[in-house]
Design a protein around this ligand. Structure first.
Ligand code: FPP
Length: 263
């Protein structure tokens, strides 16, 4: 975990969440409010993606997982699905150099086989080229559903037990987690959802078990650096007890201790 106080222009210091996951909601409403087609909302949302990836990396977030397309999103009108796939393709091509030059490792989670071939190829190429990068991992959840993730994990456990690779007695949280589609992701520290909706929408059910949830009222295209900092400050003010009492926590952890003004 880094120290946000070293970041110029940032108002406070404290714990930086190691893994931030974001449900980027409200592109469509942002566009409707402006009399624009929904696809314009997604285009503006892609700008927020760029801004938040850059900021997350700069302040020391180690994992950033973005819910870019759910397995339910395939049911949207064909034209919108097509526009989102094209946007994703353009994003991967457009961010190629930025991701490589900034030491970011790209990964993806979900049923990637459903993505158009050209998107899969561009994605896999950047995933391969960036695989040794270490500054931050950017995981795009694409064609992702949490239930499908858990079911895939259960299926792998069953297969491994059936084939003798795993003993029934050895099934535990670690054994299960290592067989998820999202096995490489650490637990989420901070989950942000924009647009004022307060739902998890089948996003990372396993990894969100102890996450702090922050719901921002702005639509995703309006979620930029100041709103991100605000969410992190909210996180820093929370006391994470993991089922323990306040008194049992290390002295540096209790609520408020993380917010040291450096202004
Ligand atoms: C939710 O808003 C957003 C999506 C379904 C897609 C998210 C995509 C982006 C942010 C842009 C592209 C992503 C990348 C990684 C380049 P919504 O359409 O459900 O909004 P609404 O609830 O207001 O209708």
């Amino acid at each position: 975990m880094g120290d946000i106080g070293q970041t110029e222009g940032y108002p406070s210091a404290g714990r930086i969440p190691g893994h931030v996951a974001i449900i980027m909601d409200g592109n469509g409403r942002w566009a409707s409010q402006r009399g624009l087609p929904r696809t314009e909302g997604h285009n503006a949302g892609a700008e927020s993606v760029r801004a938040i990836v850059r900021t997350a990396r700069r302040i020391g977030v180690k994992f950033l997982t973005l819910f870019a397309f759910s397995d339910q999103n395939w049911d949207r009108p064909n034209q919108e699905v097509g526009a989102l796939m094209e946007l994703l393709y353009r994003y991967v091509l457009g961010e190629y150099d930025e991701i490589l030059q900034n030491n970011i490792r790209l990964t993806a989670a979900g049923n990637l086989d459903r993505l158009p071939g050209v998107v899969q190829q561009a994605l896999q190429e950047l995933i391969r080229r960036s695989r040794k990068n270490e500054q931050m991992t950017l995981c795009l959840a694409l064609s992702y559903g949490g239930h499908a993730d858990l079911v895939a994990g259960a299926r792998r456990v069953a297969e491994d037990v059936q084939s003798g690779r795993l003993l029934l007695a050895d099934i535990n949280a670690e054994a299960f987690e290592s067989r998820l589609l999202t096995a490489e992701l650490p637990p989420v520290d901070l989950l942000i959802r924009t647009s004022g909706e307060q739902r998890l929408s089948d996003f990372l059910p396993w990894h969100l078990a102890y996450a702090e949830l922050v719901f921002a009222s702005v639509m995703w295209p309006e979620f930029r650096e100041p709103q991100f900092y605000e969410a992190i400050e909210t996180y820093q003010a929370r006391e994470r007890r993991y089922g323990k009492t306040s008194e049992q926590l290390p002295s540096e952890n209790p609520r408020g201790a993380q917010l040291r003004a450096v202004k």
